[in-house]
Ligand binder design. Structure first.
Ligand SMILES: [Zn+2]
Ligand SMILES: [Zn+2]
Length: 402
């Protein structure tokens, strides 16, 4: 029994969840009407984190725990997050939440804004209760994205793992795509409800080009590379082989992208150097962009190599391991595909996709680049400058990339 039921207000918050319409604040309003609490949404915003933090243990030093509490309170501005928090409380799910250093994380400035390109967080399934690690980079950059990263891990993965365990599909669920897609949809919905201030390009890509998104996503990290759609679970081997080819194709394109960034950094150095003596400050935004592109490409390269290694390992099971192991593994996946649990998560994906599409239709995407910020050169202006300059120089010191 949920020990939180001992408190009347808590019990109330918990019971409303069973009859309210999900994804609205209707439940909170109804709660107010019956209990006489003056401001229901405000009350829920204050109460829910208090209840939630009885089940989510915050780790790390005091300053970091304070920062996590701030993220939680911001998270409660999202009606969808409040709803999911009530589910979390009702189901008495437990978790630990703390910051962690994520290898490869570098804070760089894009459009005058601090950011990082490594992942925002992850959930350790192997600990009990499960541990959610949030990228320590959020202490310095991308703060507006931290609440949705928490929602993704806590209300997505931790909840999903508990459900999969209860449904007896713990093993197969690790290989099922819905877990990640549902968690991502939760994060994107929360982010949109919080005003869409964080970069939402992946969410919009998912809504507008679902197939392309799923293809890119499947070679983004070794973890994503092994997960399969309900359909693909029936026969993973050809899917994994295709993904290895996709990863190799992408790897082959990286040197050209790297050369492009290095080329433009050289062009900038030419303008700020002894020949033109232009003010280096007016190139700082664009230089940062190419610098961060190089960091991103380095991370992409190591991710793609890890993707290939992971997929080769999974495929290798067929050769190196006992055939029975391979059979058991694939049979379990194929059986899971017929499990009602996965039918339900498929339906959740569809429902959340609909909610997100409706939110995006009302929300303008955040601007990708700030044109001409503080007299900064844009990519277009840099290219024009370079075209003019190369027309005057009789000898170009290096060859442009085609
Ligand atoms: Zn970790
Ligand atoms: Zn995830």
């Amino acid at each position: 029994m949920n020990r939180l039921h001992a408190f009347p207000v808590i019990a109330y918050l918990l019971t409303i969840n069973s009859w309210c319409t999900p994804h609205t604040i209707g439940a909170e309003k109804a709660l107010t009407a019956q209990s006489g609490i003056p401001d229901s949404v405000q009350n829920a915003k204050e109460r829910i984190p208090q209840l939630l933090l009885k089940q989510v243990l915050l780790g790390g030093p005091q300053t970091e725990r304070d920062e996590l509490r701030k993220f939680f309170s911001r998270l409660m501005d999202s009606p969808y997050a409040r709803q999911l928090a009530l589910d979390f409380i009702k189901e008495d799910i437990r978790a630990v939440l703390a910051f962690e250093d994520v290898p490869g994380t570098e804070i760089h400035i894009v459009n005058g804004k601090k950011t990082f390109s490594t992942f925002g967080g992850h959930t350790h399934r192997e600990t009990s209760p499960e541990t959610v690690h949030l990228n320590r980079g959020y202490l310095q950059a991308n703060k507006e994205a931290a609440p949705d990263a928490i929602a993704h891990e806590l209300f997505g993965h931790v909840v999903e793992h508990a459900h999969a365990k209860a449904a007896g599909v713990w093993f197969a669920s690790q290989y099922h795509r819905d877990g990640e897609i549902n968690a991502s949809l939760i994060g994107w919905i929360v982010s949109a409800e919080l005003g869409g201030k964080a970069d939402d390009s992946w969410g919009r890509e998912y809504i507008n080009h679902t197939d392309r998104f799923c293809k890119d996503f499947s070679i983004m990290s070794p973890f994503y590379a092994q997960i399969l759609s309900t359909e693909e679970m029936r026969d993973p081997a050809p899917v994994y082989l295709r993904r290895i080819q996709d990863a190799e194709q992408k790897l082959a394109g990286l040197p050209k992208l790297r050369a492009m960034s290095l080329y433009w950094l050289k062009v900038i150095a030419h303008f700020t150097g002894s020949h033109h003596k232009m003010n280096p400050a007016s190139f700082s935004d664009i230089r940062n962009r190419f610098d961060s592109k190089l960091v991103e490409l380095r991370n992409t390269e190591s991710d793609l190599c890890a993707v290939k290694a992971r997929l080769k390992f999974l495929l290798g099971r067929r050769d190196k391991m006992d055939l029975t192991d391979w059979m058991n593994w694939t049979v379990q996946l194929a059986a899971a595909d017929r499990n009602h649990y996965f039918t339900r998560t498929d339906a959740e994906v569809d429902e959340r996709k609909r909610i997100l599409a409706a939110l995006y239709s009302k929300l303008k995407p955040p601007p990708k680049t700030i044109q001409g910020r503080n007299g900064q050169f844009t990519e277009r202006q840099l290219k024009e400058l370079w075209d003019k300059d190369t027309a005057h120089h009789s000898l170009i010191p290096w060859k442009p990339i085609d």
